[in-house]
Design a protein around this ligand. Structure first.
Ligand SMILES: [Zn+2]
Length: 265
């Protein structure tokens, strides 16, 4: 993506989004590092594909790493990983969503999404949740939790990380995530499907009507989800397991017995 889109443009989107973030810290004279330095330093760790923050820190401690951070990512003062965490933690990630949308629009305008089009001009978007934090002792009020049979509780954070995929394409195009986290005004825990619905509601205007096919596992193949997808102009391919779709499988059996079952690959 860097070559085709231009790293300067990409970084420009990120810097513009970061510039709009309100600093949640109380103003203090010893505020050495700006939000910009912290966010761009964190971005650097991912951009350089470091396995861990520690490894990134090691890189930064070398001359070349330091120069990279300063010249490539325009970080003025490089915070340590703890400082980065402390500064970034209270910031709402929603502030960065526009970056994903801007990159998507740019790729589309420049024709780079063409190779991803399948099934007559469709873009395939996978909806799948990933867990990125799990602990039995550390937790916060944004945590989801599961209670085990023996009474212990695991706290975790997860998010739907939608990507545009296509057969034969080595890379995927990341779209903005939707976090699965307790929602204001709801007693029940948030769920993957509820989060996916929020994501779809947020993206009505981003995609051209009828040009996106959502892909999802068996969790998604339920009537309310399918109705919402149709209502919002999405197509969908959702897995239907026999255990959760007995009526459907009865139909399939019936059609198969009549020789009128078609298979598409
Ligand atoms: Zn938490």
């Amino acid at each position: 993506m860097v070559e085709i889109l231009g790293f300067t443009a990409l970084l420009g989107y990120l810097q513009a989004a970061v510039a709009k973030i309100q600093d949640p810290r109380k103003a203090s004279p010893n505020q050495k590092y700006s939000i910009k330095d912290a966010v761009l330093s964190a971005f650097g760790a991912f951009f350089m594909q470091c396995e861990s923050f520690l490894e990134y820190q090691r890189q930064l401690n070398s001359r070349k790493g330091r120069d990279n951070a300063q010249s490539l990512f325009k970080v003025s003062k490089i915070p340590t990983d703890n400082q980065i965490r402390n500064i970034i933690d209270p910031i709402n990630a929603v502030a960065l969503i526009e970056v994903f949308e801007q990159i998507y629009r740019k790729l589309k305008a420049k024709g780079y999404l063409k190779p991803f089009e399948v099934l007559g001009g469709q873009l395939l978007v996978t909806l799948d949740a990933s867990e990125y934090f799990s602990s039995q002792c550390i937790h916060c009020d944004q945590c989801s939790h599961r209670t085990h049979k023996n009474g212990t509780v695991t706290y975790f954070h997860n998010a739907i990380l939608p990507v545009i995929v296509a057969p034969g394409q080595e890379h995927v195009i990341s779209l903005d995530p939707e976090f699965i986290t307790p929602q204001d005004g709801y007693e029940k825990q948030d769920s993957e499907v509820a989060a996916a619905k929020r994501w779809m509601n947020r993206h009505i205007d981003l995609f051209d009507d009828g040009r996106v096919t959502l892909l999802g596992d068996d969790l998604y193949s339920r009537q309310p989800m399918c109705e919402l997808a149709i209502e919002q102009g999405f197509h969908y391919i959702f897995v239907c397991l026999p255990e959760s779709h007995t009526a459907l499988y009865n139909w399939l059996e019936f059609l198969n017995a009549n020789g009128s079952l078609r298979e598409i690959q």
